[in-house]
Design a protein around this ligand. Structure first.
Ligand code: GLC
Length: 431
C-alpha cells in the first residue's frame, strides 16, 4: 500500500481485502475462516462506510448458528488445508462445519450501536436477526451456567478469545493429554514467530479438550459438568452482561417486553454472581477455575472491562479504576493483557502482555460511560498511536508499540475506523 494513502483509507482497504464474500477473515493465511468476535467488530468497521456490508457480515455469522443456539467461534465456510485444527478435528457435524464452542458474545452490543447510529434499514436488519440473537444468549445461560449461578464458564481457553493468557494456566495444568492424540501438524508457527505463539505442550492440552467435545458429540451440558476445563473468564462474562443489557434495549425497541424481562433477570443474577470472582489481592475481577475454585493472580485487560458491564459495587469500581490508572502509568501503550508489574508479564507473547484494539474499545467505552473520560481518551489515543507507529497489526507491544502477530488485520482496521480515529459517526454513541 502506498505511503501516501491515509490510515483511514488503508483501514478501509484492509476490510475490503480480507472480504471473502459475505464474511471477512481476520487476516490472510494465519486465520483463513470466519471468527465470531472478529466478524462482529469487522461489522462495526464496515458500518462506517458500507452499512449493507456490515449487516451482511453478521447475517453470515448467524448462518453458522447451531440448532441449540450456539454461534461457533470459527465457521469453516470453505476448507483451507493451511489451517489447523480444521473441521476434521472438531467434527461438528453441522453445515457449514464449525468449531465446537463459542467466543465472547459481542453481537447484541454491535447491533444496538449500528441501529442507534443508523436509519430504518438498520433497524429492519437488526429486527430480522433478533430471534437468532436471543437464542444465542439463551444458549450461553443454559449451557455455560447450568446451575444458574449468574456466572458463565468457558470450556476452552479459545472460548475466551484471550487464548494464551496466563489465566488459563490454572485450568490447563489439570488436563491430562490422551496418549492417542498423535503428531500435530501445527500451522500457526509456520506463519508467525514461534516465540509469540503457544508451546507444543499447551497445544496438546487444547486438543485434548476438542477430543472430549467431539467424543460426547458436543453435548454442552456434559462438557460443562465433566469436561477437562471450565473457568470463568471476565471477558466473556462482561461481554455477555453488556450484551444482555443491550439485548433488553433491543427487545424494548421491538416491543417484546417478555424478552426484555428475561434479559434483565439474567443481568440481575449476573450482577450478584460477580462477587464470586472478585480478588481483593488483585483489586479487580479475575479469571476463576470453576473446578477447584482457584482465582487467577493478576489484573488483565478483561478485568478492565468491568465498567463496560457495570459490574461490581461502588467501592469495587473505585478500586479497579485505581488499578487501571496504575497499570496505564507503567505502559507507553495501554491496555496490556497482563499486569506489567507481575513477574509473568511478557510484552510480546500473545495475551501475556500485548495490547489489543478490540478490548481497548470495550474498556474505553465503559470508562467513558462511567465518568472516566480522561482515561478513556488516553486509551483511545494509545490505540490510534499504536497503529500510527506500526500499522494494522494483530496486537502490539505495550512498552514500544511494536506491531506483533498477523499483519493487515481486520479488527485492528475496523476499530480504527469505528472508534480509535475519533472522528467517526459511530463515535457519538457510547459517549
Ligand atoms: C486468536 C485470538 C482470538 C481471535 C483469533 C482470530 O486466536 O486469540 O481472539 O478471535 O485469533 O483473530
Amino acid at each position: 500500500m502506498s505511503m501516501h494513502t491515509s490510515l483511514k483509507q488503508q483501514a478501509i482497504d484492509i476490510l475490503r481485502m480480507n472480504d471473502r464474500g459475505g464474511y471477512t477473515v481476520p487476516t490472510a493465511r494465519l486465520y483463513p475462516y470466519q471468527w465470531e468476535w472478529d466478524s462482529v467488530f469487522a461489522a462495526l468497521g464496515f458500518a462506517t462506510f458500507d452499512r449493507n456490508r456490515a449487516w451482511e457480515e453478521i447475517e453470515t455469522l448467524f448462518s453458522g448458528q447451531w440448532e441449540d443456539g450456539m454461534v461457533p467461534h470459527i465457521i469453516f465456510h470453505k476448507t483451507d488445508p493451511d489451517y489447523f485444527p480444521g473441521p476434521e478435528m472438531w467434527k461438528s457435524n453441522t453445515v457449514p462445519p464449525s468449531s465446537g464452542h463459542s467466543q465472547p458474545p459481542v453481537a447484541a452490543s454491535a447491533m444496538l450501536t449500528m441501529m442507534k447510529t443508523g436509519g430504518p434499514e438498520d433497524r429492519k436488519r437488526a429486527e430480522k436477526l433478533f430471534e437468532k440473537l436471543v437464542a444465542w444468549h439463551r444458549w450461553f445461560h443454559k449451557y455455560r451456567d447450568p446451575d444458574e449461578t449468574g456466572v458463565v464458564g468457558i470450556i476452552h481457553p479459545w472460548e475466551s478469545g484471550r487464548d494464551n493468557c496466563p489465566d488459563w494456566d490454572i485450568g490447563m495444568e489439570q488436563i491430562t493429554v490422551p496418549d492417542d492424540l498423535g503428531d500435530l501438524p501445527r500451522r500457526d508457527i509456520t506463519h508467525v514467530d514461534p516465540s509469540e505463539r503457544p508451546t507444543a505442550e499447551q497445544y496438546n492440552r487444547y486438543l485434548a479438550i476438542v477430543k472430549f467435545g467431539h467424543e460426547c458429540k458436543w453435548d454442552h451440558l456434559e462438557i460443562a459438568r465433566n469436561g477437562p476445563f471450565f473457568m470463568v473468564d471476565p471477558c466473556v462474562q462482561f461481554a455477555l452482561m453488556r450484551g444482555d443489557r443491550d439485548l433488553a434495549e433491543l427487545a424494548d425497541e421491538f416491543g417484546l417486553p417478555g424478552i426484555r424481562d428475561e434479559a434483565e433477570s439474567w443481568l440481575k443474577r449476573a450482577k450478584e454472581g460477580c462477587g464470586s470472582f472478585w480478588s481483593e489481592d488483585v483489586g479487580g475481577f479475575v479469571a476463576k477455575d470453576l473446578r477447584s475454585g482457584t482465582l487467577s493472580t493478576a489484573f488483565t485487560n478483561a478485568s478492565a472491562m468491568a465498567l463496560y458491564a457495570d459490574a461490581g459495587d461502588a467501592a469495587q469500581q473505585a478500586r479497579l479504576v485505581r488499578e487501571v490508572t496504575a497499570i496505564l502509568d507503567c505502559c507507553t501503550y495501554g491496555f496490556p493483557s497482563w499486569d506489567p508489574r507481575d513477574s509473568q508479564f511478557e510484552s510480546r507473547r500473545y495475551w501475556r502482555g500485548p495490547i489489543w484494539s478490540v478490548v481497548n474499545y470495550m474498556i474505553g467505552t465503559g470508562l467513558a460511560e462511567k465518568g472516566h473520560g480522561a482515561l478513556a481518551e488516553r486509551l483511545r489515543g494509545d490505540t490510534r498511536r499504536a497503529v500510527e507507529t506500526s500499522g494494522f497489526y494483530e496486537y502490539f507491544d505495550p512498552l514500544t508499540g511494536e506491531g506483533l502477530g498477523g499483519k493487515l488485520f481486520t479488527w485492528t482496521a475496523a476499530i480504527h475506523l469505528a472508534w480509535a480515529m475519533g472522528d467517526d459517526l459511530l463515535q457519538a454513541e457510547g459517549e
